[in-house]
Design a protein around this ligand. Structure first.
Ligand SMILES: [Ca+2]
Ligand SMILES: [Ca+2]
Ligand SMILES: [Ca+2]
Ligand SMILES: [Ca+2]
Length: 456
């Protein structure tokens, strides 16, 4: 561009020399062209669609030739030129006037900007409530045929670069959807706050109060394992009402589904878990709950722990792990080691002579993780009358007559409260590792789990 411009100047000079040589012969002296340019500004800002009149006015009466060059193309040979802003970007417009005595030139740089963004949103409401499973289409309408780029983002993630976006949340939560349209002239943005609630499976005429489906039975070794009440049949018996299942030593667990969402009632307990606790025989189990947050009917969401009264104790460990090892013979103690380097055994006794290590587990060891509760409520000072007192609240097989649970006590991994509208799945896990002498290992029992709202 610049090179061509210089070439033009050079041509003008050559022409001038040619005319000068003639004039020398003719001995006529003329003045160099002197002009006033309108507009005088050499750098001009226009918007696409604009037109601009440019004019060169003579200052002296000397004869001269003139030309307007736009991007090196001749566009006018008169004093006037009308520039039409048809394409965005920088444009070089040169005016030259020349005669035998010299050259006058003027260079304009004209910047053509796009039209400003003028967009309207098809969804104007900025606070939106949806439920998992819903979808909502957001769109835009270009009001002035401006050219611009578009970006839709959910949080920090770019989700669309088109004029519309279909929002289909997979999980509950608070989402921020932003739209931004921009070009060199202007930027337009719009923000939506979208609150997505988990899908609630309502109670119907056929709903039952009790858990309706066994999901998983994964006991730790124990004196009742591999027979009633510590086998799969016992686990299945808890479904639909009253059975009894023992979960074995620390970490043994069982999980169930309800046939409806158990709602978290404000300021009230929501679930009752029954075991076989007596006032001096508590075997606390940690309770976990899960909402079917992605509404697929499967327990593939997040387990949240119920924060019971012992959770605040210093000796409660939430990242605890134990590996149990299959012994060589059925009557040997079951060795274990934990993730802190401690070792111990689930001791066998003469009352129960079947294998204590779950027979359906084919591996020679298995590892369980969960929360370890303190064993300081256990009193073994009188070996013939060993007692285990209950914690204040919040555990299974803890309180004589059943343990009522408030879903408002659910916490996340960091221990922060989570605000669940309801739950679809529940899991119970033996919370203490203790050998209680002739009573055998401490093991949580579960007889029934029910939605309190359907029992009242
Ligand atoms: Ca509640
Ligand atoms: Ca799910
Ligand atoms: Ca027990
Ligand atoms: Ca018990």
């Amino acid at each position: 561009m610049k090179k061509n411009y210089l070439a033009r100047i050079l041509i003008a000079f050559c022409l001038m020399l040619l005319i000068t040589s003639c004039s020398k012969d003719d001995e006529i002296e003329i003045d160099k062209p002197q002009l006033t340019m309108n507009p005088p500004e050499r750098e001009l800002q226009l918007t696409i669609g604009d037109t601009l009149q440019l004019q060169a006015g003579t200052e002296n009466n000397t004869p001269f030739e003139q030309e307007w060059l736009l991007e090196d193309s001749l566009v006018s040979s008169t004093a006037n030129y009308t520039f039409n802003a048809e394409t965005t970007g920088e444009h070089l417009l040169i005016f030259n006037a020349y005669n035998a005595s010299g050259v006058f030139n003027y260079v304009y740089q004209i910047n053509v900007a796009p039209k400003p963004v003028d967009v309207s949103m098809t969804v104007e409401e900025q606070d939106i409530n949806l439920e998992v499973g819903d979808s909502l289409q957001f769109g835009t309408v270009n009001q002035n045929e401006a050219v611009y780029t578009e970006v839709w983002s959910v949080g920090d993630s770019l989700v669309s670069e088109e004029d519309h976006y279909i929002f289909e949340p997979q999980n509950s939560g608070n989402y921020i959807l932003t739209y931004e349209a921009s070009n060199a002239t202007s930027t337009f943005s719009y923000e939506y706050q979208i609150n997505v609630a988990a899908k609630i499976r309502p109670i119907t005429e056929t709903s039952i109060a009790y858990v309706s489906e066994l999901l998983e039975f994964n006991p730790a070794p124990g004196q009742f394992i591999n027979k009633n009440p510590g086998n799969l049949e016992s686990a299945q018996g808890v479904v639909g009402g009253s059975g009894l299942v023992s979960l074995g030593a620390w970490g043994g667990s069982i999980s169930f589904a309800f046939d409806h969402t158990v709602l978290n009632r404000e300021g009230e307990n929501d679930i009752i878990v029954n075991g076989n606790a007596l006032p001096t025989s508590a075997e606390p189990g940690v309770i976990y709950v899960m909402q079917d947050d992605n509404a697929n009917g499967l327990p593939d969401d997040t387990w949240y722990e119920i924060k019971g009264s012992a959770h605040s104790k210093e000796s409660t460990l939430r990242d605890y792990e134990v590996t149990y090892f299959r012994p060589d013979t059925a009557t040997e103690d079951i060795p274990w080691e934990d993730n802190l380097g401690n070792t111990g055994v689930v001791a066998t006794n003469t009352f129960h002579q079947q294998p204590y290590y779950p027979e359906w587990i084919t591996e020679d060891s298995y590892t369980i993780s969960g929360t370890l509760l303190p064993d300081d409520n256990i009193d073994m000072s009188n070996p013939s009358f060993i007692t285990s007192k209950p914690f204040e609240y919040g555990y299974a097989d803890n309180t004589s007559g059943g343990d009522k649970i408030d879903l408002a006590d659910a916490i996340d991994e960091e221990g922060n409260p989570v605000n669940l509208s309801g739950i679809d799945f529940i899991k119970i896990q033996t919370g203490i590792q203790a050998n209680m002498g002739w009573l055998g290992e401490l093991s949580t029992e579960v007889s029934s789990i029910a939605d309190l709202s359907l029992l009242e």
